[in-house]
Write a protein that binds this ligand. Structure first.
Ligand code: CP
Length: 312
């Protein structure tokens, strides 16, 4: 008999109360780590976590790897750079690679992929919990969760908070995941950037063509990487026009609301969506986002294991 397995593909699967419980666990882990250097209750299960990264990644890959080890697990890794050492170099498909690793029965499989691998279809068949670590331009739920966790370290609630995404919203799986998650917690999502990056936005999304007006609206400004690798050749995009109109620099500090935050999911094209001098701004939270990624992903690994009846 095939067992039913719970995977994690997008945040719609989590109720608001699940999200709150996840954050409460991540907060406990963070506090405990800061006091003792240990994560809360390392798993007795010693989970084996397979990391299948079919697209490039530093932040997500390392933070899942570190989170897995910190909760007492071990990792096995397929990364883009290791392709030459796997049978993908002999023409094996990514889907066959997934099922090959799946057959070896790790406890969790974490997958980063483009649209060529149908992660949603895999999730209906897998016998090992599958965790989405970034899926094409569609979703990056763990980034959305860690960003929201980081926002909640500064704001007690996101009710009526204005979250601004600046730049390449069209190609951003991070922004797309946020647009589904943040409004559930009462936040308003707005965007600023060139018109060609504003296709397919949810109805009534506040849009800004002037960066200063946008910053004056925002409680959190999330700059997004311009994803040159996803641009169609025909796409009309002027890098210089973008820099002139939408690059965030330290000189914009006076336009930020008191207490406002500046985020970037990374990696950053320094000199394009942000200038390096923003690192000196008190609003700049990027390193806090990276750190929190480990706690939130550790909590999510524990959650997925417990959802599948494993002792954590
Ligand atoms: N933010 C993010 O997903 O970064 P990586 O691509 O380095 O994982």
């Amino acid at each position: 008999m095939t067992k039913r397995v719970k995977s994690f593909i997008d945040t719609e699967q989590l109720s608001n109360s699940d999200v709150e419980q996840l954050f409460s666990q991540a907060k406990k882990i963070k506090a405990n780590f800061s006091e003792t250097g240990q994560f809360v209750a390392p798993s007795q299960l010693n989970p084996v976590v397979a990391l299948l990264f079919f697209e490039a990644s530093t932040r997500t890959r390392f933070s899942f790897d570190i989170a897995s080890r910190r909760i007492g697990g071990q990792t096995v890794l397929f990364d883009l750079g290791a392709k030459a050492g796997t049978s993908v170099a002999k023409g094996e498909s990514l889907e066959d690679t997934f099922w090959t690793v799946h057959a070896m029965r790790p406890d969790v499989i974490v997958v980063r992929s483009g649209e060529s691998l149908d992660m949603k279809a895999l999730a209906t068949k897998t016998q090992v919990p599958l965790l989405n670590a970034g899926f094409g331009t569609h979703s990056h739920p763990t980034q959305a969760l860690l960003d929201m966790f980081t926002m909640l370290e500064s704001y007690p609630s996101l009710e009526s908070k204005n979250i601004l995404f600046v730049g390449d919203v069209l190609h951003s799986r991070v922004a797309h995941s946020h647009m589904r998650l943040l409004p559930r917690f009462g936040a308003n999502v707005g965007v600023a950037g060139p018109k060609e990056f504003q296709q397919g936005l949810p109805e009534a999304t506040p849009t800004f063509s002037n960066l200063k007006d946008a910053l004056a609206w925002a409680d959190v400004c999330v700059c997004l990487r311009v994803q040159f690798e996803r641009h169609e050749e025909a796409q009309s995009f002027s890098q210089q026009d973008f820099i002139d109109a939408f690059q965030v620099r330290k000189e914009h500090q006076p336009y930020f609301k008191p207490g406002a935050l500046l985020f970037h999911p990374g990696p950053v094209n320094w000199g394009i969506e942000m200038s390096e001098d923003v690192k000196d701004m008190p609003q700049f939270c990027m390193w806090q986002q990276k750190e929190n990624g480990v706690y939130v992903r550790a909590a999510l690994l524990q959650w997925i294991l417990s959802q599948n009846g494993r002792q954590v």
